[in-house]
Design a protein around this ligand. Structure first.
Ligand SMILES: N[C@@H](CCC(=O)N[C@@H](CS)C(=O)NCC(=O)O)C(=O)O
Length: 204
């Protein structure tokens, strides 16, 4: 078995670096660096997958793109003892799946747009208020969830926490967690995990 993660610096691929460290399966990480002017991925990633984005997982020559698909693949194939994901027939499974995909879906989009538009003058754009309202809604949903459950899938840590970690870390670095105590407490708990620390060592 050769499991390879194609990892772009300062990217959502950190989630998979973290997940692989939690999983503890042997793997290698190939590092790519963003173009300093455009912030885009280098053309070398296009040789691996036609979208040329990261993360990309390669397993014995098979390439898988999309963070949610990669997480589901890793869990289905390598987490056979269900240490990091709930069994499909358990009550936690639908909630787990929802957060795995929310990490790239409606909950992630408003924060992502903010990053994309950070160097654009949006002062008079009606989109600014709309984006802010969507960000508030998403942050409120996450806060309410984490005030009720200790982890995204419920009572125990799962791959859904790794996937949601990137955007929550990003929100924290923008000062957006100051009035979100449950989300902040969850992040502090995640940052204390050895695999999270390992991700910081190898996956930035
Ligand atoms: N929906 C994809 C998004 C992949 C993506 O956009 N990755 C970014 C990293 S944060 C990237 O590679 N950006 C560089 C580029 O687009 O050239 C996923 O979940 O993996």
């Amino acid at each position: 078995m050769t499991l390879t993660l194609h990892h772009l610096n300062a990217s959502r691929s950190q989630r998979i670096v973290w997940l692989l460290a939690e999983l503890g399966v042997p793997h290698e990480i190939v590092h790519y660096k963003r173009n300093e002017t455009t912030n885009l991925a280098p053309p070398d990633l296009l040789k691996i997958h036609p979208m040329g984005k990261s993360p990309l997982l390669e397993d014995d020559g098979v390439v898988i793109a999309e963070t949610g698909a990669i997480a589901e693949y890793l869990m289905g194939k390598y987490d056979t003892a269900f240490q990091l994901h709930p069994r499909p027939n358990s009550p936690e499974f639908p909630r787990y799946l929802e957060w795995i995909h929310a990490a790239e879906g409606a909950v992630f989009l408003p924060g992502l747009l903010q990053v994309y538009f950070r160097n654009v003058d949006m002062t008079n754009s009606p989109v600014t208020a709309m984006m802010a309202a969507e960000r508030e809604k998403a942050a409120g949903v996450i806060e309410a969830h984490l005030a009720t459950y200790p982890y995204f899938a419920g009572d125990r840590f799962t791959a859904a926490d790794c996937l949601m970690g990137f955007q929550i870390q990003m929100a924290d670095s923008m000062g957006a967690l100051e009035n979100r105590p449950a989300t902040k407490a969850w992040l502090t708990k995640m940052q204390a995990r050895p695999a999270y620390q390992k991700m910081l060592e190898v996956g930035i």
